[in-house]
Design a protein around this ligand. Sequence first.
Ligand SMILES: Nc1ncnc2c1ncn2[C@@H]1O[C@H](COP(=O)(O)OP(=O)(O)O)[C@@H](O)[C@H]1O
Ligand SMILES: [Mg+2]
Length: 275
Amino acid sequence: MPAASEETKSPIVSLRGIEKTFDGRPVLRGLDLEIETGRSLVIMGPSGCGKSVLLKHIVGLLRPDSGEVRFHGQRIERMKERGLQPIRRRIGFLFQGAALFDSMTVRDNVAFPLLETGQAGPDLEDRVRETLDRVGLADTLDKMPAELSGGMRKRVGLARAIVLEPEMVLYDEPTTGLDPIRANVINDLIVRLQRELNITSVVVTHDLDSAFQVADRMVLLHRGRVRMDGTPDVMRHTSDPVVRAFLEGREMIDAPDGDSDAGVQGSAEPETLGT
Ligand SMILES: Nc1ncnc2c1ncn2[C@@H]1O[C@H](COP(=O)(O)OP(=O)(O)O)[C@@H](O)[C@H]1O
Ligand SMILES: [Mg+2]
């Protein structure tokens, strides 16, 4: 597809001025973010900064105190559960921990979303097999989760997240707890699914290796907002001290909020950085 039409595509998700406070403690503080269709966005930030909270706003599992959440332009932040259900079916969610039903076989775990949404037709078995095949686990149909390694369980969770053929998949820390080899398998899968199925991927991680492997675009959350937004190359070469501290694994410095608005946030051009 020509680049021009890519650029004019409307965002699949748009978050505007999201504020969310828990027990008097602000977590999201006027967060703005647009998610482009068909690309992979990585959301980074230290533990506890609000990454999972942000993902849950995208599917209406959490509601903002103020601000707007749009899915294909439609406001969803105050939508009733009934209205949200069809939207959630279009979004796969691989939760942190990727909990499977321990008492069900792999087949039944992956079939679950189809059954739950009344889509269990005569092709059920085929769809389950095909989906497991996509994650390289076609031979585990009759296994129980406890018989699988941590990496395989994640992949079953991933199969369950994509079995309804979603437009977008949200991955919450998909490689946490995996050794580097198994983490790479997951990273490769995320990239492959995005390309083969044209899925929009949103990957939350604090694992930098994963982040750089899967991202078309990266954002760094800091103090409840997007501190930095750009390609992996822009991120790598930035001189923003807060971003550098994060990339180098140091404590993130508390720079004044004003700094984040002065040409760093939202910049996509390397030459506008570090000035
Ligand atoms: N449902 C909730 N009730 C109260 N506090 C919450 C809830 N969900 C998240 N928080 C708090 O919000 C902050 C951000 O959490 P989270 O988004 O899970 O962080 P992370 O960036 O590690 O994913 C944490 O301080 C967490 O304790
Ligand atoms: Mg989290």
